[in-house]
Design a protein around this ligand. Structure first.
Ligand SMILES: Cc1cc2nc3c(=O)[nH]c(=O)nc-3n(C[C@H](O)[C@H](O)[C@H](O)COP(=O)(O)OP(=O)(O)OC[C@H]3O[C@@H](n4cnc5c(N)ncnc54)[C@H](O)[C@@H]3O)c2cc1C
Length: 455
């Protein structure tokens, strides 16, 4: 690639399906977009699909695909065409002067055009043990998760009293044996037709003036504790609890710079990506309170990129790069997604990053170097965020630290012995001693400072 731009052509904010699709289109148009992935504001890099397991309705995957895998593929495609990734959050944008500027935690970026694809976060109730059963019975998307095998012919519950809650309750009667609709007040805030559909459906039972207090179960949700208005507490046996209590668009950082509707969504004309400011476009859930699907987000990301490309060229602002090759080298799909566990033949004592229990045992017993082990699982979105970050850290230490990835689904015994009860968990060993353990995604400096102190 040639050119490093002082003022970018396009900056895309957000790394969900909308952001990556916009990046693929802009990068293929030689505009070398910068994509700011987000880190902790409004979700995680990769967006909402990083928090789900099987995605069965994204076209092109007849057997379904894991949400984090789908997002990894989109990321690879955007990178292959030359998207520049910045792993950070945007804290503010300034649209009062052109080029626009954006502030992240580490830099100010100037750009002629912006695509905002920061999504929306499903509101949560914050009940006891919600985190434990999230994606293990609790979901914020009945349309996405309703057909999950665990929910078939089981009793399910929906929380909420609006149109979405009613629609989801009716939808779930296709799968569940009975659906409890849990309504905080004494009436539904839905359209008359929707209310009729709920009331005429013999599989739906409405619990008026009731709130959910607690989720209960072992590995999967089994019960919820309900508090009724007359201070009565009851448990009901259910396998699925669906939240339909609204979404909050991730637009706080825009702070009155762009027109929003009264719920905080970016205002665009129906089916169009243009915002109230020329040169700034919106895509995906951040401007869509209605459809909120991966494929609709991706479609609107495409529209935003094409509109931005057109606007840049009409205003003579476009600075396309020139490519040395007509087409970037193809990625080997196998190596981008799957990594083989090391075995007797493939284990390499000098390799900086390996997989599986064989490599762990060998290095643990035979290596004098620091060993960084990440325990992950294929369905864990945050693991997909953390792994590339750890790989970069290992690389930076130039052979002083060796990284190993353990898939706790495949290596259950190893995970048990290591006392792992959630992913991602990272352990750092020196001379067979556990020096430090981290749970969840952390800033890179948290890892590097401990590693530096042990070298
Ligand atoms: C549990 C669950 C399961 C789902 N299952 C399905 C399914 O099976 N099929 C389907 O089609 N849809 C599904 N959906 C809906 C789908 O995930 C969303 O519609 C889609 O992800 C929206 O894409 P998006 O790109 O607009 O936003 P998101 O996916 O929400 O991505 C937003 C991105 O913006 C970033 N961001 C936010 N704020 C900032 C900031 N200030 N600075 C920088 N970055 C920021 C976030 O980190 C994130 O990367 C599901 C949703 C959930 C919650």
């Amino acid at each position: 690639m040639k050119n490093s731009l002082e003022t970018e052509n396009i900056v895309i904010i957000g790394s969900g399906p909308a952001g990556y699709t916009a990046a693929i289109y802009a990068a293929r148009a030689n505009l070398q977009p910068v994509l700011i992935t987000g880190f902790s504001s409004g979700g995680i890099p990769g967006g909402q699909l990083m928090t789900t397991t099987d995605v069965e309705n994204f076209p092109g995957f007849p057997d379904g695909i894991l949400g984090p895998e789908l997002m990894d593929l989109m990321k690879c495609q955007a990178l292959r065409w030359g998207t520049k990734l910045v792993e950070d959050d945007v804290f503010s944008i300034d649209t009062s002067a052109r080029p626009f500027s954006l502030k992240t935690s580490e830099q100010t970026i100037k750009t002629n055009s912006i695509i905002i694809a920061t999504g929306a976060s499903a509101n949560r109730l914050g009940i006891i043990d919600e985190e434990k059963f999230w994606s293990r019975g609790i979901s914020a998307c009945a349309i996405c998760d309703g057909a999950t095998p665990q929910f078939r012919n089981a009793e399910l519950a929906v929380v909420g009293g609006g149109d979405s809650a009613c629609e989801e309750a009716v939808y779930l009667t296709k799968y569940g044996s009975k659906v409890h609709l849990i309504v905080r007040s004494e009436k539904l805030r839905a359209s008359a037709t929707m209310i009729d559909r709920v009331k005429n459906n013999s599989k739906i039972k409405i619990h008026w003036k009731t709130v959910v207090k607690k989720a209960k179960g072992e590995d999967w949700l089994q019960k919820i504790e309900l508090l009724h208005s007359e201070d009565k507490i009851t448990d009901i046996d259910i396998k699925g609890l669906f939240y339909a209590i609204g979404h909050t668009p991730n637009t706080k950082f825009l702070a009155n710079q762009i027109a929003l509707d009264k719920r905080g969504y970016i205002k665009c004309n129906p089916g169009r990506p243009e915002t109230s400011i020329e040169g700034i476009y919106a895509a995906g859930d951040v401007a869509d309170a209605e459809w909120r699907q991966g494929v609709t987000a991706a479609g609107s990301g495409c529209m935003a990129a094409l509109a931005s490309e057109r606007w840049l060229s009409e205003n003579q602002l476009s600075k396309p790069i020139t490519r040395d090759e007509k087409e970037p080298e193809k990625l080997n799909k196998k190596t981008t997604l799957k990594n083989e566990d090391a075995n007797e033949e493939t284990f390499d004592v000098k390799s900086e990053w390996q997989h599986g229990s064989y490599a762990l045992r060998k290095l643990y017993h035979e290596s004098k170097k620091l060993i960084l082990v990440i325990y992950s699982s294929p369905t864990c979105g945050p693991c997909h965020v953390l792994k590339p970050q750890l790989k970069r850290i290992v690389k930076e230490f130039n052979g002083e630290v060796l990284g190993i990835e353990i898939d706790i689904d495949k290596d259950q015994e190893v995970a048990k012995q290591a006392g792992i009860n959630g992913t991602p968990t990272v352990q750092l060993f020196k001379d067979k001693l556990l020096k430090k353990e981290w749970k969840g995604v952390k800033q890179r400096s948290e890892f590097t400072s401990v590693i530096e102190s042990l070298i």
